[in-house]
Design a protein around this ligand. Structure first.
Ligand code: GLV
Length: 319
């Protein structure tokens, strides 16, 4: 029997699955676990099941001890994990790709609609109690049909967002470091372009790349200035891909028309300049937030941890 430390609340089904084979110590407090408590609890762990809110770095791995075999993140993004530090110590790091693809693409498209059709503004107006009535020029937005969606990062979530865009009558261009299966590109009728061209031709730019040193502030003042004044930026990937100071300035000055964000540079803090603006739709990191998806993510993380603990190849190893 091994010791599994779970760093936050996850669906019961996954805890039960882990508990059927191992001793499980799961943090169930109403607040996120404090760093101090986390460092204390991981001591002696053979597996850590982590949430994206916990930083898994050398200090934490060393606090766990040399018996630690696996860090199973309950997220597809793993910028919270120091993967080289895991590799150096012979620890397998895993994530949860695939199971949150559709849910996250739904939120990306939700934000595209919120931003282009001014849905948040409409909702805020009704709730404010201010008088309103239908008007020919009242809260006009922009149509999506015949417009171009530029997808930055064409993995599973980018492709799922592209499929939704096609159903809405949009054209799709994408930027991808590794390219995609030509059959899928043909099916989606999506053209591969470089980032400069994507920014210049897109009416909506949606970010779906992982976050790391190569994508830190990938979208800054220069990239925002390269977008059309009528264009929208949507981010459901990771906050620091966008320079929020530059985004707030671009939205304020009309360099772009609007934005939709599910993630933030200094999450959970939201840039005060964004909070003041009406032309940005703001969601609290809901990309994978459905009962079905979170359950599937937790089950996959449990499967990853269980596989490594029994000396098998996990379904979703990062390294
Ligand atoms: C959510 O943001 C994830 O990376 O799974």
């Amino acid at each position: 029997m091994s010791r599994v430390v779970v760093t936050g609340r996850i669906p019961d089904a996954a805890i039960e699955k882990l508990r059927a084979e191992h001793e499980v110590d799961a943090w169930t407090g109403p607040e996120a676990i404090s760093r101090e408590e986390l460092l204390r609890r991981v001591a002696g762990a053979d597996a850590i099941v982590s949430l994206l809110t916990e930083r898994v770095d050398a200090e934490l791995l060393d606090a766990a001890g040399p018996q630690l075999k696996v860090v199973a993140n309950v997220a597809v993004g793993y910028d919270n994990i120091d993967v080289p530090a895991c590799t150096e110590r012979g620890i397998v790091a895993t994530n949860t790709p695939g199971v949150l693809t559709e849910a996250t693409a739904d939120i990306a498209f939700g934000l595209i609609l919120m931003a282009t059709r001014r849905l948040g503004e409409g909702e805020r107006l009704i709730r404010s109690g201010q008088p309103w009535k239908w008007g020919m020029f009242f809260l006009l937005g922009s149509s999506l049909q015949g417009k171009t969606l530029g997808i930055v990062g064409m993995g599973g979530i980018g492709q799922a967002t592209a499929r939704r865009a096609k159903a809405f009558g949009m054209d799709v261009v994408y930027q991808s470091r590794s390219g995609i299966d030509p059959k899928i590109a043909a099916e989606l009728d999506a053209q591969r372009v470089d980032l400069d061209e994507l920014l210049a031709v897109s009416d909506v730019v949606s970010l779906h790349c992982p976050y790391g040193p190569a994508t830190h502030h990938l979208i800054g003042a220069e990239q925002l200035a390269a977008m059309k004044n009528s264009a929208f930026l949507v981010n459901t990937a990771r906050g620091p891909i966008v320079d929020e100071d530059a985004l707030a300035a671009a939205l304020r000055e009309g360099a772009i028309a609007g934005a939709g964000l599910d993630v933030y540079e200094h999450e959970p803090r939201v840039h005060p300049g964004l909070l003041e603006l009406d032309n940005v739709a703001l969601l609290p990191h809901l990309g994978s937030a459905t009962v079905e998806t979170r359950t599937a993510m937790a089950m996959l993380a449990a499967d990853n941890a269980l596989a490594v603990l029994s000396g098998e190849q996990p379904p979703a190893a990062i390294s």
